[in-house]
Design a protein around this ligand. Structure first.
Ligand code: HEM
Ligand code: NAG
Ligand code: NAG
Ligand code: NAG
Length: 422
């Protein structure tokens, strides 16, 4: 099995200022590799105290014989043949319904829109199976990538591995957890420095904005549009990602861009790979992208949020499934167009680089071998990662067992190291 280096531990995780600042982080645990995931600050943004509560949870509207989409149900593989209208004409169960005060939304426009169309539970308390089905039925995400992203969502951001429930936004532990006393808090996708990370396209950094790392920011959307000029393609998003990195590095004393930030390149690729419509010749254009983000331009040119992240009218999804291999190629291409160092700002004012898996001395090299490439994202789920808030995130035994159940054999067949054989 491949070795991975954790210089954060060797050099002392306390070099990163955020570590000392974290409520609930016991520095003495940093070397144990078994630190509990960070909980959202008491009353702050994304916390349990401010999280919407819906007493009447209604699951996602399933696909039916009349409106089968990719016929993905119960977390199993669907047809993988896209190019169809979503929602289908006449399918009232999947029409857009704006989120109400009891509904949870979070940092991911793709999942927020899916919940607004009832492909995920409308209240934002979803399950592994709903996530796997919705990604296939709506966006024609390949089964391998759909399961990997859903598994990353549950294990990295502390969904519940028994109920397999996850909040797509704030901390809803009382609804996701099998037993809050046993599991502790489950922060949901808003949880910082897990799946969510600094230098997002349209969301603030956690530490510069009082923990609000999930609300749509119109200034950032405007910056993205100014950079992309109505063409949200690989090259333009690579430029914008680099700008956001430099902005965070300059403005956020607690900036951290670790291995999990590879996922941000993947999310950026969704703008030109998953959101475009066949009825617009699959162009990643402004009408399409602004609809998914719920972004509306005012007469003064600024952008505001309409609480209406939705699938554009007359939209057909991509024809071929978007697979793990596809997204990894896009991640590598986007990174290599404008490479930046993986690492973080330190208390002493310097920038420390990290190494982990394919990332060595803060960089991802050109020409990774096929095995490294195939397993790039899988390793984020299964291996220990240097992570800002916790020093190191080491998957628990339960998480590894969950991943082995959900992801084998597809990743075993690719030659990815199997976590339980360590
Ligand atoms: C289970 C599957 C998924 C999970 C768990 C997930 C989770 C997340 C999370 C936590 C973020 C925040 C990352 C950050 O800090 O910027 C994010 C961002 C994003 N996601 Fe998803 N996502 C999933 C699937 C999708 C799909 C299918 C789409 C397709 C449209 C999508 C589109 C995006 C985009 C465009 C962003 C960037 C938003 C921004 O930076 O402003 N995601 N996702
Ligand atoms: C939106 O983003 C800009 C640029 O990073 C930032 O200055 C501003 O404080 C943010 N606005 C809100 C309301 O968070
Ligand atoms: C939907 O897209 C098709 C193909 O581009 C077009 O012919 C049709 O007019 C569009 N319908 C609406 C309502 O926009
Ligand atoms: C990383 O940097 C160290 C120290 O400069 C060097 O010894 C090592 O060879 C580098 N590793 C890679 C993969 O570049």
């Amino acid at each position: 099995m491949k070795q991975f280096v954790l210089p954060l531990l060797a050099s002392g995780a306390a070099a990163f200022p955020f570590v000392a600042n974290q409520a609930g982080v016991d520095s003495s645990l940093l070397n144990s590799g078994r630190v509990r995931p960070r909980q959202q600050a008491g009353e702050g943004a994304g916390s349990a105290a401010t999280c919407p509560f819906n007493p009447n949870h209604v699951p996602a509207a399933p696909v039916t014989a009349q409106y089968p989409y990719n016929n993905a149900k119960n977390g199993v593989q669907g047809n993988g043949k896209g190019g169809y209208y979503v929602p289908a004409a006449g399918d009232t169960a999947h029409q857009f319904v704006a989120p109400g005060p009891n509904d949870i939304r979070g940092p991911c426009p793709g999942l927020n829109a899916a919940a607004n169309h009832n492909f995920l539970a409308h209240d934002g308390i979803t399950t592994f199976n709903e996530l796997v089905d919705a990604q296939q039925n709506v966006y024609n995400v390949g089964y391998d990538l759909a399961t990997l992203l859903a598994a990353l969502g549950l294990t990295l951001t502390d969904g519940d591995l028994v109920t397999e429930k996850l909040s797509i936004g704030c901390d809803a532990t009382t609804r996701t957890s099998t037993s809050p006393a046993v599991t502790g808090s489950e922060p949901g996708l808003d949880g910082h420095n897990k799946f969510e990370a600094d230098s997002s396209l349209t969301r603030n950094d956690f530490f510069t904005h009082g923990g609000d790392d999930f609300t749509f920011n119109g200034t950032l959307f405007g910056m993205m549009q100014n950079t992309c000029q109505g063409n949200f393609n690989l090259q333009n998003l690579a430029t914008y990602r680099k700008m956001r990195y430099q902005q965070s590095q300059a403005e956020n004393a607690n900036f951290y861009f670790g291995p999990l930030s590879l996922l941000l390149y993947g999310a950026a690729s969704f703008l030109y790979e998953l959101m475009p419509s066949g009825t617009h010749n699959y162009a990643p254009d402004l009408p399409t992208i602004s609809s998914f983000f719920g972004a509306h331009q005012q007469s003064d040119g600024t952008w505001t949020f309409g609480n209406d992240e939705q699938i554009p009218a007359n939209w057909t999804n991509r024809v071929a499934p978007y697979t793990n291999n596809d997204v990894t190629q896009q991640i590598l291409s986007m990174y290599l167009l404008d490479p930046v160092l993986f690492g973080g700002n330190t208390a002493s004012g310097s920038f420390d680089v990290v190494s982990s898996g394919a990332i060595q001395n803060g960089t991802l090299p050109q020409g990774l071998d096929a095995a490294d490439t195939s397993c790039l994202l899988y390793q984020l789920a299964t291996q220990s990662q240097p992570s800002y808030t916790n020093g190191v995130v080491t998957p628990t035994v339960n998480a590894l067992a969950f991943l082995a159940t959900k992801l084998s054999p597809s990743f075993a067949n690719l030659g990815c190291p199997q976590p339980l054989t360590k």
